[in-house]
Ligand binder design. Sequence first.
Ligand SMILES: [Zn+2]
Ligand SMILES: [Zn+2]
Length: 720
Amino acid sequence: MDIVGTILDIPVQDPPDEDFSSADLTWTKFGTPEHHDDVALIPYSRVDAFIIGECSNVECPTRFHIERGRKRLKGSLKEYKNDEYLEYKMYWCSFGPENYGEGGGILPSRRYRLNTRNRAARPQSMRGCTCHFVVKRLYARPSLALLIYNDRRHVNKAGFVCHGPLDRDAIGPGAKNIPYICSEIQQQTMSMIYLGIPEENVLEKHIEGIQRYCGSDAKVNSLASQYVHKLGMIIRRSTHELDLDDQASIRMWVERNKKSIFFYQDNSETDAFILGIQTEWQLQQMIRFGHRSLIAADSTFGIKRLKYPLCTLLVFDARQHALPVAWVITRSFSKPDVSKWMKALLDRARSVEPGWKVSGFLIDDAAAEIDPIRDIFSCPVLFSLWRIRRTWLRNVVKKCPNTEVQREVFKRLGQIIYSIWDGSETLAALEELVLDFADQTVFMEYFKAFWVPKIEMWLSTMKALPLASQEASSAIEAYHAKLKTKLFDDSHLNALWRVDWLVHKLTTELHSSYWLDRYADESDSFKNVREEYINSTSWHRALQIPDSAITFDEKDHLYAKVQSQKDSSVTHLVWNPGSEFAFCDCPWSMQANLCKHVIKVNMICENRQGCQSSMSMQSFREILLNIWRMPLDDSLALDQSMAWTYQMLDQIQKLVELNSTNDIGTVVKRLPIQWLSKKTRTSVCVPSTTLGLPSSSRDSTRIAVALKKNRKRKRLSRLR
Ligand SMILES: [Zn+2]
Ligand SMILES: [Zn+2]
């Protein structure tokens, strides 16, 4: 076949079917006689159709994951070749590239592999498949994608078919005849076993899954039953203790699970122990749901009961539920240590998705270091009230015996926080609380010892940062509650002090449970799991309460009543309606949770006259007003916010333009914008006496600043 030297001679192919595969394309040899690739040119919009087609290969059904990715900015190259990329993604068959099968380089005992490896989106059995291709979105023609596909066969390095029906030992000893177990069925089976679902139900689902590929067959069924049984035994017998010594055990785990670790620093004289865990499935979820969205931290979990506290990073999934996408186990909250793991996490995401960016980071601890977040994620930091609310409520319920007192104390605690925005004196509110409830000695002693010394720090953090909504709080709290029930059930009380146990618990049970939740929701199977998952936050449960079930105390606005949907003779009393510090007498609320009754009542209060607006609303309004109140001219902060706004607007416009154009050249030609006027602007922003600067450099600084400001103004006038 001829070798084509320029990409311009390669025709664009657009197969008519909904999905298509490599077999439907004509491949051209492109390059030089010494080095050339098999390539095909397709519309960029059809890349997904190609990948779907390639996955449903009859002989080797599989999935492809992104093994490597790169991106460059539009307009960043002055000179470029015709085949230069704007986006570069290497897709690899998920049965590779590593080989954990027979003869593979890494051969951990099967027991540990099944026990600890949880590569949800990828098969447990990586078998060294070499099949992979590259998709290049062309720099010069972004509407086209160049496919480079040299290794089209699903074979291992030795050249043998390594998965699918033609693979002779698809899933290990004794199971040669089961044609194919796709990654999802295997993960599903493991997840169900981890979650303690009875074996016959696991088997039923397992066989259902296999039959989608190979029809019904008695032999296959009996082998599948053996397989599920064996897997169950292996999982049941598996232990977190890889070594009697916890530290040695963790080192072994780290050695065996390199792909699920994004940062590891062993304990030493100079360094603190830090273990950052993120499975590949979690990485994918973080990229998917975290991009241009929020990340939240549930920090310092188990600070008293665990050897090292656990910090979980959460994203909000398609239903706005909190999904754990990384776990960090450490006692060190120092700036350098936090920076280290945050940077590693971001680098990991960017190595797969170069443009990946977070738009906000929610913290729940006023003592948390904010600088690393701003430096590394370069995004605004928000504050979530859920942790302080929960801690206060728990102690009020525990330490004040009388319900009426509990309601009132909790309400007054809320008023201390509301004082940030309503203009009342925080200190006065605090003093009054201490005086009025002096007889509640147990609570007051606790409050004075733990909270009075640091209340100012907490309040000033809340004042400085925008507050997250109740919906976000309820999602984070739901994760926290689930974590607590999974970790602190009585059977493991003596294991709490071992890190290997914590790691094991997180990567098996908890990971499986979230994997199954998402899978059930997306594949519309496992109806019970799905329903339970949807209702797992108080916010969603609150949405099911009809407005008619709520009645208000119209006279004094002191409480609201919520009629139970299950039993109409039961009503719950929500004290202090409309506030985040509303107090409900239901059992869930008495365990310090944000219950559905409080959320529902507050939802209604948002639209009622005479009710105060939520704290997040007040905080947001305050921040906006502060910006608005800034003097119009010569204000650095105002200039900065203007610059941000216009930068954002600029980006949106460029996106719209690029999306609607077929010729990137015309867009590029218009960039960067030419600035004509260089008239300087008088401004006190540039200090007239810049101490320590020689006059010449002072002048050039002034000019540079003036030019920048001028550009902004210019852009502003262009946009109007
Ligand atoms: Zn393959
Ligand atoms: Zn309640």
